[in-house]
Ligand binder design. Structure first.
Ligand code: ADP
Ligand code: MG
Length: 246
């Protein structure tokens, strides 16, 4: 993958909420087509880092480059940046009063100005791809959690993002529904999507991840290829964390 360029580069990122210093000099590089898995205890700053990467939160300090371009709220239209950095949340956040296909075409038609017919065609293709070809016209409330999350993935993909961020996409699911969502994410990874994934699914991290970053108390403690990091962690913090979850 070394020939691939940097899709995301973060340098000395700092983020505070009032007096609470949440992200502390975070450095992170994600090359095109890489799958980076972010692990760490609850409260360590994983969600805040993802939210800074698509500018749902605005950093206090440091630099964020997307596809080589340094992004600042003063110089960039952050809505445009968010189109390029898709996000999938733990709790799906689908529009309950819209059907599945209406959920998927909402942003392409309203934000990007795509013609409805074109958006429908592309949206149906995406729903087919995530295995929901028979669910275009139903409402989210009739779907299982795993199906809802696959709709959320299709909805994010409908904006044709350069990068996809996943924040614990399977944490709210019943155990028997986790696999179908991970399978969809794996397929996306195999197609070459650049992904940053916060997850506790270590099997997914090992199988699909190119890199694993371990975060503690707002800092990246250690990173490496999954098998190296999981089987041979260098830092005591990492060892303690891994033995608590594995
Ligand atoms: P993680 O995703 O690793 O569990 P978070 O990024 O959600 O961690 O949270 C890191 C810390 O920042 C926590 O102490 C959390 O309470 C705090 N935090 C997160 N979002 C906000 C916010 N909007 N306002 C104030 N504190 C926040
Ligand atoms: Mg979180």
């Amino acid at each position: 993958m070394s020939e691939h360029h940097e899709m995301i580069r973060v340098e000395k990122l700092n983020k505070s909420f009032g007096d609470l210093h949440v992200l502390k000099d975070v450095d992170l590089t994600v090359k095109e087509s890489d799958v980076v898995v972010l692990v760490g205890a609850s409260g360590s700053g994983k969600s805040t880092l993802l939210r800074c990467l698509n500018f749902l939160e605005i950093k206090n300090d440091g630099k964020i480059f997307i596809d080589g371009e340094q992004i600042e709220k003063e110089t960039h239209d952050l809505n445009k940046i968010r189109e390029r950095v898709g996000m999938v949340f733990q709790h799906f956040n689908l529009f309950p009063h819209k059907t599945v296909i209406e959920n998927v075409i909402e942003a392409p038609t309203q934000v990007k100005g795509l013609k409805k017919a074109q958006a429908l065609e592309e949206g149906k293709e995406l729903l087919d791809k995530v295995g929901l070809g028979d669910k275009y016209d139903v409402y989210p409330s009739t779907l299982s959690g795993g199906q809802k999350q696959r709709v959320a993935i299709a909805r994010a993909l409908a904006m044709k993002p350069d990068v996809m961020l996943f924040d614990e996409p399977t944490s709210a699911l019943d155990p028997e529904l986790v696999g179908e969502v991970l399978a969809t994410m794996k397929e996306l990874a195999l197609e070459g999507m650049t992904m940053v994934v916060v997850t506790h699914e270590m099997g997914f991290a090992r199988e699909v991840g190119d890199w694993v970053f371990y975060m503690h108390d707002g800092k990246i403690v250690e990173y490496g290829h999954p098998n190296d990091l999981f089987d041979n962690p260098k830092e005591e913090r990492t060892k303690a964390f891994l033995s608590s979850i594995l």
